[in-house]
Design a protein around this ligand. Structure first.
Ligand SMILES: Cc1cc2nc3c(=O)[nH]c(=O)nc-3n(C[C@H](O)[C@H](O)[C@H](O)COP(=O)(O)O)c2cc1C
Length: 331
């Protein structure tokens, strides 16, 4: 399956798995892309300050660099950079490209106070000129065949500069823009303002990917209609409903498929726990924390996940938890 930006004029409606720091790491990308439906996924943001990261840092965020930038299922992975120092972002971009990255995404939307205090993420939406300078500097520095994309919110405190920011991203030379349809101040509060994505799309000529609050196939149909975008990115919905992309891809091919039953979800949970344990090696903390985090999200779709969560809540060892998951898998 071709990565969107390798064929910017493609007519096929593409689906992307969102960058989600602390939630969609390489383990989750691996699992979700195996279920199917995705054309590409994006790493958690890699923060750029004054240094140029070494290979170990890049591999930590994007282990897929060692497997031709693809998840095990073959879905292309895009690396996302966050910062405000244009020259240093460009240097880092070049560095990760030397390690094999094929597409760079720039973050203009992170709402985290620590990031915003250091002039990164959503705070840049107050200064479209700086956004343009960052995009242009990176574009000029990296090889022509490397795709440059960006992801933005609608603004910091309000939406007055939304179109100016999108135009700055286009003018700077990005080839693709994802829009999360909220301001920083709106956080994750519903609703996402999909009609604003259409306004942006109608004021720039690069392709736009619509993002925000797609939790079901019906949401997907609505965001497509209201945003007027063909391409969509899934974030929390992808984690709460692991087969959402597969359902959407089937729908786009003219088929309706049954949602994944809980029994199959338990098998995925067992697999996820196993890959997190392998990654953590001796530590119990990482796999247990990731499992609880996922169950807390899955229970919004599957009530059975709440039962499993309550059963493992106080357990502290991998063996105890694996035994419980296996019992649920056999139930
Ligand atoms: C826990 C969490 C972490 C996120 N991390 C990132 C990130 O690293 N980079 C980024 O561009 N957006 C990040 N986002 C925003 C998502 O990519 C997405 O734009 C947002 O969640 C809206 O989409 P959704 O409603 O489908 O979840 C994050 C969101 C959440 C909830």
């Amino acid at each position: 399956m071709a990565l969107f930006a390798e064929q910017p004029k493609t007519s096929h409606a593409q689906l992307f798995l969102a960058p989600m720091q602390g939630l969609i790491d390489a383990q989750m990308r691996d699992l979700l892309t195996r279920i199917g439906g995705y054309d590409g996924c994006v790493t958690e943001f890699v923060r750029i300050t004054h240094t140029v990261h070494h290979r170990t840092t890049w591999i930590k965020y994007m282990p897929e660099l060692a497997q031709a930038n693809k998840t095990q299922a073959g879905t292309p992975v895009i690396v996302q950079l966050l910062g405000s120092d244009a020259v240093n972002i460009a240097r880092n971009a070049l560095n990760v490209i030397k390690l094999g990255a094929k597409q760079i995404d720039l973050n203009f939307g992170c709402p985290a106070p620590t990031v915003n205090q250091h002039a990164g993420g959503a705070i840049l939406l107050r200064t479209p000129k700086l956004i343009e300078e960052i995009v242009r500097t990176v574009r000029k520095t990296i090889p022509e065949n490397v795709i440059l994309s960006a992801k933005m919110r609608l603004g910091y405190e309000d939406k007055t500069q939304a179109i100016a920011c999108a135009q700055a991203i286009e003018q700077g030379g990005a080839q693709l823009l994802t829009v999360h349809a909220r301001t920083k101040l709106e956080g994750y509060k519903p609703p996402a303002h999909w009609e604003w994505i259409a306004r942006i799309k109608n004021n720039i000529s690069i392709p736009v990917v619509a993002n925000g609050d797609v939790f079901t196939l019906a949401d997907y149909q609505n965001i497509r209609m209201i945003s007027e975008c063909k391409h969509v990115m899934l974030g929390r919905g992808a984690v709460q409903r692991p087969d959402l992309a597969r359902q959407i891809a089937a729908y786009n091919n003219g088929n309706l498929i049954d949602p994944m039953p809980w029994q199959e979800i338990v098998e995925l949970i067992a697999e996820f726990f196993k890959i997190c344990c392998l990654r953590a090696q001796a530590s119990n903390k990482y796999p247990i924390a990731r499992l609880k985090q996922w169950l807390a999200m899955l229970k919004l779709t599957y009530p059975e996940a709440a039962t499993l969560f309550n059963t493992i809540r106080t357990l502290t060892t991998i063996n105890e938890i694996s035994t419980i998951i296996n019992q649920h898998a056999k139930a």
